[in-house]
Design a protein around this ligand. Structure first.
Ligand code: SAM
Length: 244
């Protein structure tokens, strides 16, 4: 008889505080024989750190170690190609477990479909296997809550922007926004702060590192050390307060 394939599960585990994982994600995490997670070489992995305490001995851990840490690679290497090959290989590693009938939970910090690497596995595997995605509290919502910053009032619209955007494009989009979240800071921080200053938004903007994690840091924007701003940080420009 043909083996019933396992299920692919994209599991959002929330922004950092282990209590911000959903009841459903926790149940599926405990029930999954294989737990996969993305991690940088030599690191433990953010998502892994969030759920570590819930793992059981019988579960197989499948770390998916990123081959590169920067998008700037010397020719003839191309980041897109290296990373695409990596996701292909990771997909096949997962497929081997799924073919053997084992469910695989891919844990993701925040939400899997909000800038989460899980989506690249989903795109490769969801047509071949049953896939379920469990949403998580994403970082911008964790950030808004610890900053005490209501994001959007009444009919305002929210722009979610990547700090990787070039200066002028970021400026144009921020100038048009009622409220905004800028993700992926790290080495992009000095550019983002400069743009906010040029637009007169620096006084309204709020910055947080590792929101909801034990080592969370909220720093006034003008006091952030650009050399030590981590990738796990974001800026919120809240919508103008509406006196409802
Ligand atoms: C690859 S994206 C992952 C986003 C994640 N899937 C989510 O739902 O929030 C990584 C970016 O998310 C943001 N981020 C993730 N967790 C964060 C946290 N706890 N505090 C601040 N920013 C965070 C940072 O801007 C970081 O550069």
């Amino acid at each position: 008889m043909m083996q019933q394939p396992g299920r692919l599960i994209g599991l959002g585990v929330g922004p950092g505080d282990p209590e911000l994982i959903t009841v459903k994600a926790l149940r599926l995490l405990r029930e999954s024989p294989v737990v996969a997670y993305f991690v940088a070489k030599g690191k433990k992995g953010n998502a892994f750190g969030i759920i570590e305490a819930h793992l059981q001995d019988a579960q197989t851990l499948l770390p998916l170690v990123y081959p590169v840490t920067t998008e700037a690679l010397p020719a003839p290497l191309s980041y897109e190609q290296v990373i695409s090959d990596f996701y292909d290989t990771a997909g096949e590693q997962l497929a081997a477990h799924l073919d053997a009938g084992r469910d695989v939970a891919v844990i993701c910090e925040g939400d899997p479909f909000f800038y989460g690497s899980y989506m690249y596995l989903h795109d490769r595997l969801a047509e071949r296997y049953e896939a379920e995605v469990v949403p998580g509290v994403c970082s911008m919502l964790g950030g808004a809550s610890v900053l005490g910053a209501p994001l959007v009032y009444r009919n305002q619209s929210l722009s979610v922007l990547s700090g990787v955007l070039p200066h002028e494009e970021l400026k144009r989009r921020l100038a048009d926004a009622d409220a905004a979240v800028v993700m992926k800071l790290g080495r992009n921080f000095p550019k983002v702060r400069q743009v906010l200053e040029e637009l007169g938004l620096a006084g309204r903007a709020l910055y947080v590192e590792r929101a909801t994690m034990a080592n969370q840091k909220i720093v006034p924007l003008d006091q952030v050390d650009p050399l030590s701003s981590p990738y796990f940080s974001l800026i919120i420009v809240p919508g103008e307060r509406w006196q409802g």
